[in-house]
Ligand binder design. Structure first.
Ligand code: 5GP
Length: 193
């Protein structure tokens, strides 16, 4: 997605050879117009998949997921990382090791909101080693829901997540795929080929 790539080049900050900071438009301040376009793109790519719900992870997956949900006209559920006083229902939970925070969180959703009748699109902001996505897949397996695929805003293709999830048989659609981060520069996958 060209506009996303241009925004990454203009506003992203390469913190190291493995971490890209996108606080200016996705992870802290949010660019609603860009999110709208991202939502439309996910909705287009999964238009024929019969999606009934979108599942994401708080907090940075919520903006792109809501925009996709708006276009597909389906509800968006976000898994919570912290136990909440109001999250009192029966839960589906999974362990997720965070790449950026280097800590393991239990993520949970209420069993009320996703059932075996749902066909679910998973959306997240970044794909690195795939821990977050595999945690969400784990939750959907517990719910016996159908997994239509995974929509990722920024995939770091030099890390293993994309390969592992595709090898496990899931459809992954990433709007920007980064081949490498080096010397402060971002190189997208297509530029290499
Ligand atoms: P994974 O679980 O695939 O290893 O990592 C994905 C999660 O870690 C995403 O939900 C995202 O929040 C965070 N993450 C991974 N890599 C980056 C990165 O380079 N920059 C930012 N801002 N977040 C990242």
């Amino acid at each position: 997605m060209e506009r996303l790539k241009q925004t990454i080049l203009a506003e992203g900050k390469v913190l190291s050879n493995t971490v890209l900071k996108v606080d200016a438009f996705l992870n802290h301040q949010i660019d609603p117009a860009l999110m709208e376009e991202i939502g439309k793109e996910f909705a287009d790519r999964f238009a024929a998949a019969g999606i009934t719900k979108i599942l994401t992870l708080e907090s940075s997956g919520i903006a792109p997921a809501v925009m996709a949900g708006l276009v597909l006209k389906v509800p968006v559920v976000f898994a919570r990382k912290r136990k909440s006083l109001t999250l009192t229902d029966h839960l589906y939970s999974a362990q997720v090791h965070s790449f950026t925070k280097q800590e393991t969180n239990e993520i949970s959703i209420s069993q009320t909101f996703i059932t075996q009748d749902d066909t679910v699109l998973i959306i997240d902001d970044f794909l690195a080693n795939g821990q977050a996505v595999f945690g969400l897949i784990d939750i959907l397996k517990q719910a016996k829901a159908t997994i239509a695929g995974i929509g990722i805003v920024i995939e770091k293709s030099f890390q293993d997540g994309g390969k592992s999830i595709r090898n496990a048989g899931y459809r992954v659609e990433s709007l920007a795929r980064i081949a490498h981060l080096s010397d402060g520069n971002v190189t997208f996958l297509e530029e290499e080929n």
